[in-house]
Design a protein around this ligand. Structure first.
Ligand code: 5RP
Length: 218
């Protein structure tokens, strides 16, 4: 079974976590694209969605779902999104698709983060996937030096400007044994908009696509 098929499986399984008639938080990425397809095919009616990117807004609108501004919503029961890495506690690295800031904002509105990912994303310790960090451009050189002090090699992602008009640093070589602590530390560095560690906003449910079917971690 190829990776796309595993993604399709978890996208389908995530439908069980959507409450009809509610407003749903929707993430970004190829797995989420498949989830939006599955949601549209299910015929389920929603009061609306809150999207974490221009890409998902376009897909949701094309599928006939109303997309609300995050500012218009006080609370979501569920946010569904993919991940670049997930550990056994549900801590994640996100931002491979450069949407991490809006993803964290929408996840923060939600009572529950449901992560949908194929098994290649599962790790014991976060850090194999280069850590995305959205930054204010003028701070790039000093942030690159700061990551070097932590043992990381940071590099500006070529040709990437986020939906918020900022840059992404990808940081290689970190082993993130304490995701809560690293998220808290990096988040306060001047010039950091959002660090792609989702530890405070960890997945409460993870649907992992494996060749033997969908594994559910809670
Ligand atoms: C986008 C993300 C995505 O959730 C992450 O990159 C996973 O993407 P995919 O579903 O395409 O593997 O964080 O910013």
């Amino acid at each position: 079974m190829d990776q796309n098929e595993l993604k399709r499986q978890v996208a389908q399984a995530a439908l069980a976590y959507v409450e009809p008639g509610t407003v749903l938080g929707v993430g970004t990425g190829s797995t989420v694209d498949l989830f939006i397809e599955a949601l549209a095919a299910s015929g389920m009616e929603l009061a609306g969605t809150v999207s974490s990117s221009e890409r998902s807004t376009q897909a949701l609108t094309a599928a006939g779902f109303k997309v609300l501004e995050a500012a218009a919503v006080e609370r979501l029961s569920t946010y569904i999104d993919g991940a670049d890495e997930i550990d056994p506690m549900g801590h994640m690295i996100k931002g491979g698709g450069a949407a991490l800031t809006r993803e964290k904002i929408v996840a923060d509105l939600a009572d529950r983060f449901v992560c949908i990912a194929d098994a290649s994303k599962c790790v014991d310790v976060l850090g194999r996937f280069p850590l995305p960090v959205e930054i204010i451009p003028m701070a790039a050189p000093q942030l690159i030096r700061r990551f070097a002090q932590l043992g990381g090699q940071a590099q500006v992602r070529p040709g990437c400007v986020t939906d918020n008009g900022q840059l992404i640093l990808d940081v290689r070589g970190l082993s993130i044994a304490d995701p809560l602590a690293v998220e808290a530390e990096v988040s306060q560095w001047p010039g950091v908009v959002t660090v792609g560690i989702f530890a405070r906003h960890r997945a409460r449910v993870a649907l992992i696509g494996t060749p033997d079917g969908v594994r559910t971690l809670k």
